[in-house]
Design a protein around this ligand. Sequence first.
Ligand code: GTQ
Length: 345
Amino acid sequence: MQELGRLEDLPKDYVHDLRELNLVPLWPSLRGVLPPNIPTRHTQPTHWAYKTLRPLLLKAGELTPIEKAERRVLVLANPGHGLEKMQASAAIYLGMQLLLPGEWAPSHRHTPNAVRMIVEGDGAYTTVDGEKCSMSRGDLILTPTGTWHEHGHEGNQPVIWLDVLDLPLVYYMEASYHINGDKQSVLPGEGDKKYTRSGLSPSPAFERGNKAYPMLRYPWVEAKAALESIANDAPDQEHVQLTYINPETGADAENILGFYAMMLRQGQTLRLPARSPAQVFHVIEGSVQVKIVDHDFTLIEADTCCAPGYEAITLTNMSKSSPCFIFIADESPLHKKLGVYESRG
Ligand code: GTQ
C-alpha cells in the first residue's frame, strides 16, 4: 500500500498558515480515518463480574443518598474508550443501578433510548408514560426516547438492574438532553398483558398502532418459555435466540440498539460470525465461556461483558447438565439503518 505524506514532511510555516485558517491536510490522517479492510475499534473485550461490582454498588447506597444521585449507578466503562467517556462501545452505555426500599428516582425523560434488564430483587417498578412496569429478575423494560420514566421501590431488599442506553451515540450527535417532570399518575393497563400470545394483537382496531411503543415490559417467564419451546421443537437448531420486537410492527423494540435472549443447551458451543456491530452479553441463568479474539472470559450469573464488532465470538455453556440463558444487546438496528451492517462469516 502506498505510503502517504506525513505532517512532518510539510514546512512548519505552511502547516501553521493552514491551522490559522482552520484548515487541515487530509493525507497525513487519511489512513487513520479510513484504515485498510477493518475499522479501528476502541472497544476492548471487557468483563464486569457481578460479585466484585455488587458490594461497591451497595456501598454507593450508603455513601450517596438517592436525592444526591437521582440515578444511583455505577457505569460499566470500557477502558479502550477511556473510563471518563462512560461507554461500553461506540453506541452502548451500560450502568448498574441500585434502588433501596422506599427510594424514588424522580420522573424525567431524555433523548437517548434506554432499557433495563432486572438483575436482583423484587418490589421495584418503573413507571413509563403512566404505565407501571413491575421489575423481576430477567424482565426487560423499555424506556424509549422521549418517554417519561421514574423508578420506585415498594419491597424490602435492594433492587439492582442493568441499564442499557444508546447515550454515547446520541451524545456524540450533540442530541442528548433531559427534562425533569412531575410524579406521574399511573394509568390503567399494561402493554405486556395485551400481547401475551404471539400472533394475536388486541382489537378493536382503534387501539392498535396508536402507540409507537405498545409493549414496554417483556417478562422473563415468557421469554424463557419461548426459548425452551423453540429448543424442544427444533432439537437440531444450533442457534436458539429471540429478538425483543415491537409486537405491532415486528421491528426491533427500539430504534438504535437491538435486544435478544439466547439459550445455549447443556455443554453447547456456539460460534457467532464476525459482524460489524459491537455487542454485550449478560448472563441471566447459568454460566458461559466467551472467547473474543485473545480474551477468554468465564461469565457466571449476572456477569456482563462486551465485545467489539468485526470479531467472531465463541460461546460455550459451562454446564453439562443445564441450559444457559443470556441477554444480548447490540448495535445492529443502528448499523442496518446506516447501511454499514456486515457479517463476515
Ligand atoms: O434510570 O433514567 O443509567 O437517565 C443513566 C441515565 C439510568 C435512568 C442511567 C438515566 C437512567
